[in-house]
Design a protein around this ligand. Structure first.
Ligand code: TXA
Ligand code: MG
Length: 337
């Protein structure tokens, strides 16, 4: 098998991909959220390869992707009934659940913790790959540590290049931000990372409350005291360009001031019209949170590549519907008020 082949996923390449996983190699694949960097979750050496390729610290746990909920018990123990209820409603889909791990699950996968994150992704290529492979595929987002998650195969190539053995190309991801994570080991269950599935949807299915951080806090979505928490780094999904998050009211004024000092600006807007000028490159995202989320990472990447002096992002409303987007923006940018 040649190194670093990138091909579209027909049946042959899915079989090849599953075989590569069996050989302990790294296969990037599309999911509905973002692209994942996959390895055989039961192969410790392969899992270590993920951390090497990403430059990710060993104590940051991975999500194990499984082909069907019947396999939950291969990875987790003392599984509460609510896990099956959530699986029934939301899988395959953009929800990861934290459960007590089985002793057989390598600590390398869980970053040394006694819990494991599990999910069935809703993407035909991911599902075919999981079925062909049969086991669990550990897969973080297929980006280098602290960089923006990839939502196309091209992004994966730009991020990881030769560090990945195969990239399955499934086009652009439909959700565009990482899965919702719910911790079922705490009581009440706790939202660790907001995503396409809102906590109200989870509560509606569970018919009981889910603990969530204050929406207006502007702080990361999780308990900053816990080393296991996702995205606890202040700038976790950050472009390399200096990036500021500005309100709709101030973004025009700030843009004007920066232009006066001859700075080249990138601007990510969704609502406020900013006059065009030779020093400004503007991108516009939709005013609707789901379609905004879909385009967010590609837009950030596009602006980041222009090597501008500064990127300004127009901050969406601090309301529930925008929780996942605001969470990612808080981690990508410095808030300017
Ligand atoms: O949408 C997604 O979830 C994508 C696709 C590829 O499935 N994956 C993804 O993986 O976003 P990653 O590694 O970039 O983010 C997973 C997050 C990490 O921030 C990690 O801290 C958290 O899940 N996590 C994993 N296992 C955990 C555990 N046992 N307890 C708490 N958090 C955990
Ligand atoms: Mg990630």
């Amino acid at each position: 098998m040649p190194e670093n082949i990138s091909r579209t996923a027909d049946n042959i390449s899915i079989a090849d991909a599953a075989q590569l996983l069996r050989e302990g190699r790294l296969v990037a694949f599309p999911t509905e959220t973002v692209y994942g960097l996959g390895a055989d979750a039961s192969n410790v050496e392969a899992v270590k390869g993920i951390f090497r390729a990403k430059g990710r610290p060993a104590d940051h746990p991975l999500i194990v992707h499984i082909p069907e909920s019947a396999k939950l018990s291969d990875w987790a123990e003392n599984i509460p009934e609510v896990a099956y209820i959530l699986a029934e409603h939301f899988w395959p889909g953009p929800l990861a659940m934290i459960l007590p791990k089985k002793t057989t699950v390598p600590l390398e996968v869980t970053g040394g913790q006694n819990t494991v994150a599990l999910r069935i992704p809703n993407h035909p290529i991911a599902l075919k790959l999981l079925q062909a492979f049969g086991g669990g595929i550990a897969a973080p987002s297929a980006n280098r540590y602290c960089r923006i998650s990839p939502t196309t195969a091209q992004h994966v190539l730009e991020e990881l290049g030769n560090a990945v053995d195969l990239i399955l190309d499934g086009g652009a991801c439909s959700v565009g931000v990482e899965s919702t994570i719910i911790d079922l080991t705490s009581s009440p269950p706790r939202l660790l990372r907001p995503g396409h599935i809102s906590y109200q949807e989870l509560e509606a299915v569970l018919q009981s409350p889910v603990a969530v951080p204050e929406i207006l806090s502007g702080t990361p979505s999780i308990d900053p005291g816990s080393p296991r928490a996702p995205g606890m780094m202040a700038l976790h999904y950050a472009p390399e360009t200096k990036t500021w998050l500005c309100s709709s009211e101030t973004i025009g004024i700030i843009a004007k001031q920066l232009q006066l000092s001859n700075q080249h600006l990138g601007l990510l807007r969704y609502r406020t019209l900013i006059p065009d000028s030779p020093n400004i490159t503007q991108l516009t995202l939709p005013e609707q949170p789901d379609t905004y989320a879909q385009g967010l990472y590609a837009a950030l990447r596009q602006l980041d590549e222009l090597q501008l002096d500064i990127l300004l992002i127009e901050r969406p409303p601090l309301i529930e519907a925008w929780r996942a987007v605001n969470d990612r923006l808080n981690k990508a940018a410095t808030l300017i008020e």
